[in-house]
Write a protein that binds this ligand. Structure first.
Ligand code: PBG
Length: 326
């Protein structure tokens, strides 16, 4: 009788068919591994809220970077935990700071690994905010110069790309100009363009020892209820010279990834943030969910939504999981 004519189950019947019609793929080329760096030697300190993730000293970060490169992961992003914090975060542009030292060590030991650096004041300021503070106010314009200094100092140490995560207005233009003026016009900027004021960052703030000491980040990071505003943020960052734009967090913001990719068609990155990782780890530890299955499903959903790159604490696992399954 020919009913039903269309049976979508036909192409689901075998692994061969499923492989042939699979629309999206997650590849090791898509992931970027975050690394937390502090001072010292031989440090490999576990972070309790991020099981499997550590704080490294520059030497052990380099060893870790070698492993990351050997796993086929194309890039790492560095976050610094300095010994000294002050109101302006001046340790952020110390040529011998933790990130600068780690970059040099990593560059000595690896050959093609792309080294990206997070550019933000919150890890370096005693108040834990991403900008210069006046009373309870986070100042925009006086922060720009400091971010530009930090970005330039990372590049001078050998960073391949800089990633401003502060959400000050105009920072991409300020950083672009500082890099261009110093002869680094070929260094790309990965801007945290649509970065939301999210409670999913909780475990990261333990890892980077960077929680704000008063208030929260809602006067500079975006309101979770806003989507159109994300497109404006992205448009401005692209206009100011961003090469890749990021949506952050990932899993609760798939609509934003989709809209950004549809509208601009530019390279898009997504940050699969600490809280997204930690909650899966916690549930998996209790035997409630399957970590590998959930992680891969989350990451493929970001790819399906249109992201090109994913910053994820699962990067090393992804490399292993994908090589096992092929
Ligand atoms: C620094 C920064 C944060 C994250 C990346 N860069 C924290 C924040 O804005 O409070 C969060 C990453 C994560 O949660 O994994 N501004």
């Amino acid at each position: 009788m020919g009913f039903p004519k269309h049976r979508l189950r036909r192409l689901r019947a075998t692994e061969g068919f499923r492989r042939m019609v699979r629309e999206t793929a997650l590849s090791v080329d898509d992931v970027i591994m975050p690394l937390f760096v502090r001072s010292g030697k031989g440090v490999r300190r576990p972070i309790s809220s991020l099981p499997g993730i550590h704080q490294f000293s520059p030497d052990t970060a380099a060893t870790e970077a070698v492993e990351i490169e050997q796993l086929g992961i194309p890039a790492t992003i560095l976050f610094g935990i300095p010994d000294q914090k002050n109101s302006k975060g001046t340790s952020g542009w110390d040529p011998n700071g933790v990130v600068q030292s780690a970059i040099r060590k990593i560059k000595e030991k690896t050959s093609n690994l792309v080294v990206i650096t997070d550019v933000c004041l919150c890890e370096y300021t005693d108040h834990g905010h991403c900008g210069v503070v006046d009373g309870d106010t986070i100042l925009n314009d006086p922060t720009l110069d400091l971010l530009a200094k930090m970005a330039l100092s990372h590049v001078e140490a050998g960073a391949d790309m800089v990633a401003p995560s502060d959400m000050m207005d105009g920072r991409v233009a300020a950083i672009r100009k500082a890099l261009d003026d110093s002869g680094y016009s070929d260094i790309p900027i990965l801007s945290y363009a649509a970065k939301y004021a999210s409670v999913f960052y909780g475990p990261f703030r333990d890892a980077a020892e960077s929680p704000p000491q008063f208030g929260d980040r809602s006067t500079y990071q975006m309101d979770a209820a806003n989507g159109n505003e994300a497109l404006r943020e992205v448009a401005l960052d692209l206009e100011e010279g961003a090469d890749i734009v990021m949506v952050k967090p990932g899993i609760s913001y798939l609509d934003i990834i989709w809209r950004v990719k549809q509208r601009f068609g530019c390279p898009v990155a997504t940050y699969n943030v600490s809280g997204e990782y930690a909650m899966v780890k916690a549930a998996a530890e209790r035997g409630w969910i399957d970590e590998r299955g959930v992680a891969l499903e989350m990451l493929i959903s970001m790819k399906r939504a249109g992201t090109d790159l994913i910053l994820t604490y699962w990067s090393k696992d992804v490399a292993r999981w994908l090589s096992e399954s092929s």
